[in-house]
Design a protein around this ligand. Structure first.
Ligand code: BG6
Length: 525
């Protein structure tokens, strides 16, 4: 983490507006987006770069160069960029700012599978009046082309050595591999061309404010950290539920990936690491990533587990919503095989074999077309050792004291971003009655500022050369090691169950079975 600022928020005066961040990046840069005509560029990268420009988070001298096969010129690519920004920007778009931003945008037409296109790119980038010599290359391309493209880039001189006066950094989008073996092979070819410190493997969840705040909550406060252990924690639930299905032609990608590769292997495991890792020795990239790797390496190997009892996969089927509108089944979605066996829902029970967490179940769950969009981490504490407030005699009456549950700490990643702690409190009545109440921290009630998009933060960090919020090579392999046994079990056991769930529900009821024999249940809210 590059800088740590401590401030105090004035309580009780309504949400505060935080003044704009002033970060002056002095190093000019060319941002080269490979796969520039794609969905990610349109929805995320261009709007994020524009937001950074408006907030003065880009250096004074910068160029954005789109590289793709489509037949754009600089002029028509600028129009494409302008439309994308107008459609997807999170901040109001002023025409003048957009016009000056677009003056920094250029296009290189070429085929990323062909070496010649990289040679011509190299020549083009020589025009230093337009293209500053520090290069951020963003690979927003089909993952199977990562290795080829990197080797073309290296061979054509587009990647500077680590000790060169001008830097080259490469951002690699997910999915990074399809299993441990392919991720390992990809790491080998990436590291053949680049030094680890030049590689930025994106997991955009790490760029979310609420996700970064997990470490602040745990390690900037003395009182909470001691609670995070098997002494007090009963179990942890991590949910990333989405209401979306296969919009914008995503079916083709998703049908070949599924919930495990798309969400669990990366985003959910990262959330698990942040909430369970040991305090790092410092807030440096390697110190933090070392601790995350240790957690992943301590996950009890699923190869030793009866996977039918620890993993539930599901796929949505058609249903009708409250207004009588039909919700389509997964198999009838655009670009999805009509007999697809891809999981659109996944629930997994893990455990971490280390001193802090031994014996604490960690439940991870994700799915498409679920009842509500919510991403959260709920840390469920144990019951008090003695249930003093279960039922109490008061003047001959038995007071009704049901309704209290163990303490629960919830990191609300999105939406309604915040953190809440549930505890029991006495009701203000003459009897002894206890009920659940919450201490609640809400971003929107504390700060008026809109939360930045994850991609803004991540792109800024690449420009600053800060790899903290990116996945290191050993980390991504450790993630795959956790989930590989599931992939192998599915591949070798054709009748591993694929439960159905109605689109718009909380997933298959079979997922409840993961918690059988305990007092626990999924938090569906
Ligand atoms: C992406 C997945 O990485 O994350 C998508 O590929 C998913 O399938 C998305 O919808 C969720 O991200 P967010 O930021 O919208 O929660």
């Amino acid at each position: 983490m590059s800088e740590i600022v401590q401030t105090e928020t004035k309580q009780g005066r309504g949400p505060e507006t935080i003044p704009p961040t002033t970060i002056h990046l002095s190093q000019p840069v060319t941002i080269n987006i490979l796969g520039a005509s794609g969905d990610l560029t349109q929805r995320k990268l261009l709007p994020a770069l524009f937001a950074m420009y408006v907030q003065k988070l880009l250096p004074d001298e910068f160029a954005i160069l789109g590289f793709a096969r489509r037949d754009y010129t600089d002029e028509t690519f600028r129009q494409f960029a302008g439309e994308a920004i107008r459609q997807f920007a999170r901040l109001p778009v002023e025409s003048e700012a957009l016009a000056t931003f677009c003056e920094h945008v250029f296009y290189h037409r070429g085929d990323i599978e062909e070496y010649a296109s990289f040679r011509s790119l190299y020549t083009k980038l020589f025009d230093r009046r337009l293209f500053p010599a520090n290069h951020l290359h963003y690979l927003s391309i089909r993952p199977e082309l990562f290795a080829t493209v990197l080797s073309h880039m290296k061979a054509s001189g587009l990647i500077n050595p680590i000790d060169a006066p001008n830097w080259s950094r490469v951002v690699i989008e997910k999915p990074f591999g399809r299993d441990w073996e392919t991720a390992h092979a990809l790491n080998q070819s990436v590291l053949q061309h680049l030094h680890e410190s030049q590689v930025y493997r994106i997991d955009h969840f790490l760029g979310k404010e609420t996700v970064q705040n997990i470490l602040s909550f745990r390690f900037a406060n003395a009182i909470f950290e001691p609670l995070f252990s098997s002494h007090l924690v009963d179990h942890i639930q991590i949910t990333a539920a989405e209401t979306v299905g296969m919009e914008s032609g995503r079916g083709a990608y998703y049908d070949a990936s599924g919930a495990l590769r798309d969400m669990l292997q990366n985003h959910l495991l990262q959330l698990m690491c942040l909430v369970t890792m040991e305090p790092p020795a410092s807030m440096t990239a390697d110190a933090i990533r070392n601790e995350k790797v240790k957690v992943l390496q301590s996950v009890h190997p699923l190869s030793d587990v009866d996977l039918k009892k620890a993993v539930v996969r599901g796929q949505y089927v058609a249903s009708t919503d409250a207004n009588g509108k039909e919700r389509p089944s997964y198999r009838s979605e655009d670009r999805v095989a009509t007999d697809s066996k891809t999981e659109t829902f996944l629930a997994v029970r893990l455990s971490i074999d280390n001193w802090r967490w031994a014996g604490v179940p960690i439940y991870l769950r994700t799915g498409k077309r679920l009842a509500r969009r919510v991403t959260e981490i709920a840390v469920q504490f144990k019951k008090p050792p003695l249930q003093l407030f279960q039922t109490v005699e008061c003047d001959g009456d038995v007071c009704d004291l049901t309704g209290t549950s163990p303490n629960q700490l919830v990191f609300r990643i999105q939406p309604d971003e915040g953190i809440s702690l549930r505890f029991a409190a006495k009701r203000p009545v003459m009897q002894v009655q206890v009920e659940n109440v919450a201490m609640d921290f809400s971003y929107s009630e504390t700060w008026q500022n809109q939360l930045p998009e994850a991609y803004e933060r991540l792109l800024l960090d690449v420009l600053r050369g800060d790899t903290t919020l990116f996945t290191r090579s050993d980390e991504v392999e450790a993630e795959w090691r956790v989930v590989d046994p599931i992939l192998k079990a599915w591949a070798s056991n054709g009748d591993f169950p694929l439960a159905e769930y109605p689109a718009g529900s909380w997933g298959p009821t079979e997922a409840d079975a993961l918690m059988h024999g305990t007092d626990e249940e999924w938090l569906n809210r």
